[in-house]
Design a protein around this ligand. Structure first.
Ligand code: SF4
Ligand code: SF4
Length: 98
């Protein structure tokens, strides 16, 4: 029998964040929805909420698509926080939830 390595089990079902020591938290009152964080995340752990009702720095931004963190897959590398041009992402140590 030929064994073929296949991605039979959807990789999205595999949670890969157990070793994270800190996590990104988005301050939506500063977030302009530029989506730079989404573009830079190496783990595709930032998703898009198409119907958000989050805070926003301006009313016209409030209904725009917004990023949210998939904490089941975020590994806490901090790249998103480093790249956000509006300083809207803070890395918070696990267990010290805001
Ligand atoms: S990079 Fe910052 S401002 Fe832009 S969408 Fe992400 S959190 Fe919001
Ligand atoms: S901390 Fe790293 S893995 Fe987590 S959302 Fe930000 S860029 Fe992605």
């Amino acid at each position: 029998m030929v064994m073929t390595p296949t991605a039979y089990y959807p990789t999205t079902n595999i949670k890969t964040s157990s070793w994270r020591t800190s996590k990104p938290v988005i301050d939506y009152s500063k977030c302009t929805r530029c989506m730079i964080c989404w573009k830079f995340c190496p783990d595709v752990a930032i998703d898009i909420n198409e119907n958000p009702d989050y805070e926003a720095p301006a009313d016209r931004i409030k209904k725009m698509e917004a990023p949210f963190i998939d904490y089941d897959h975020c590994k806490g590398c901090g790249i998103c926080a480093n790249e956000c041009p509006f300083d809207a992402i803070e890395m918070v140590r696990e267990g010290e939830d805001k």
